[in-house]
Design a protein around this ligand. Structure first.
Ligand code: ADP
Length: 279
């Protein structure tokens, strides 16, 4: 975008010249494109379960009497399953748009041990069903961190959920939290706690590792049919990077497993000034 501005002299009477400002609007254009892409993806993703629900209901309505009880049950189970998928999608889209709306989230002292405990409680049964062992290693006397409890629960749930989803029976999922040893030469930086979620699952190929944080991106593979919206990691990235000013990292090897990790600042009493803790 090029802006032409006439430059007037001090008394704003005589035109002294013309200023040319070249403004890079690439980012603006890119953001708009990303937004339309997102809307078109959301519509597409919503259409599939809706279409399935509608066609199964139509079949039940038109031919229900000709079907056996078992067949009818099967149809209803599919409709129910598709409705769940729709609900998950809508929830994830709403979560993401709320996170991106610019709303303020107040950060506070968070007990990560408690958040991890709470997350694992909801996944224990799922892991048992799948024959996956969950390993929990939270350092004793782990300090409190600066964070948003509910948002961090969501991060943990998405990462543990993925780890379980992409790991086969007999595999392991580990969640660790420990304080990093402070570097004396970087004493101005607050102490940090590291949280790691690792699995012995299918792994992520190097060429896919960057894209997995993109909305709706799902690695094309045989597990593609597994439940998921492709929004989980976008939500994780927004919460860790945007709301906690940190970064999500991963190391992964196909067929060996994946580890996601992020650091959070240790909560110090003197940082408990509301405006410092507000993002
Ligand atoms: P989804 O709802 O599909 O899990 P996510 O945004 O959470 O969406 O993840 C995007 C994609 O990244 C997944 O579909 C999968 O291909 C890949 N992925 C995420 N976590 C793992 C993991 N722990 N192991 C292997 N692949 C993973």
């Amino acid at each position: 975008r090029i802006l032409l501005t006439t430059v007037l002299d001090q008394q704003r009477e005589n035109v002294k010249g013309i200023a040319i400002t070249v403004q890079d609007i690439t980012r603006e254009v890119e953001l708009n494109e990303a937004k339309s892409q997102f809307i078109s993806n959301v519509s597409h993703e919503l259409r599939t379960p809706l279409f399935n629900i509608k066609s199964f209901i139509e079949t039940l309505h038109d031919y229900g009497e000709e079907l056996s009880v078992d067949q009818r049950q099967e149809f209803l189970a599919t409709v129910n399953h598709e409705a769940d998928r729709l609900a998950r999608l809508v929830n994830d889209v709403l979560d993401l748009s709320r996170l991106e709306s610019g709303r303020r989230y107040n950060l506070d002292a968070v007990d990560l041990g408690q958040a991890i405990e709470q997350t694992l409680r909801t996944y224990q049964l799922n892991a048992k069903d799948k024959g996956i062992e969950i390993i929990q290693e939270v350092e004793p006397k782990l300090p409190l961190v600066v964070g948003h409890y509910d948002l961090l629960l969501q991060v943990l749930a998405n990462l543990v959920g993925n780890a379980l989803k992409f790991t086969k029976a007999g595999g392991k999922v580990a969640i660790r939290a420990y304080k990093l040893t402070p570097h004396s030469h970087k004493s101005d930086r607050p102490d940090r706690v590291r949280v790691e979620i690792s699995d012995t699952g299918i792994g992520i190929a190097p060429e896919d590792q960057k894209a997995i944080f993109d909305r709706f991106f799902r690695v094309e593979n045989r597990v593609h049919t597994l439940e998921g919206t492709g929004l989980g990691l976008s939500i994780v990235r927004n919460i860790i990077e945007d709301k906690h000013h940190s970064k999500v990292h991963l190391v992964s090897e196909v067929g060996v497993g994946t580890t996601f990790w992020f650091d959070l600042a240790v909560f110090e009493e003197e940082t408990a000034v509301p405006e410092k803790l507000t993002v």
